[in-house]
Design a protein around this ligand. Structure first.
Ligand SMILES: [Zn+2]
Length: 110
C-alpha cells in the first residue's frame, strides 16, 4: 500500500479554499458594493467583493489624489490568503482546483 503524504500547509489550505474564493483568485474580484464617507476634506471609498467579501479602501485627499500608501488597504476574508510562511500560492494548483470546481458546475443538472 502506498504511503499517504502529509499535505503541506498550503495544500491543506487549498483543499479547504471555498469555491467563491477560487472564482476571485482566477477571475478577479466582483467589487460591486461600495461605501463612501467624507473624512474632513478627504474622501474614503471602500469597495467590497460580493463573493469573498474582501474590502479595498482608498483614501483620497482634498486634492483628490491618493493619500498614504500607493496601494489600497486590503481586508481579506479569513482563509483567502495562503498560510503565512508557505510562500506564494501555487497558481497552477489553484487553477487545477478551479477547473475541477467549474467541471462540477457544468456536470450539475439545472
Ligand atoms: Zn473576491
Amino acid at each position: 500500500m502506498a504511503k499517504r503524504r502529509t499535505p503541506t500547509p498550503e495544500q491543506a489550505w487549498l483543499a479547504d479554499l471555498p469555491d467563491a474564493y477560487l472564482d476571485c483568485r482566477m477571475m478577479g474580484h466582483a467589487d460591486v458594493d461600495y461605501t463612501y464617507r467624507p473624512d474632513g476634506r478627504a474622501h474614503v471609498i471602500t469597495l467590497s467583493c460580493s463573493r469573498c467579501k474582501r474590502r479595498r479602501t482608498f483614501r483620497l485627499g482634498a486634492g483628490l489624489t491618493r493619500e498614504g500608501r500607493s496601494r489600497p488597504n486590503y481586508s481579506d476574508a479569513e482563509g483567502y490568503l495562503a498560510p503565512r510562511g508557505s510562500g506564494r500560492a501555487d497558481r497552477r494548483a489553484i487553477a487545477a482546483r478551479w477547473v475541477d470546481h467549474l467541471g462540477r458546475l457544468v456536470d450539475s443538472p439545472l
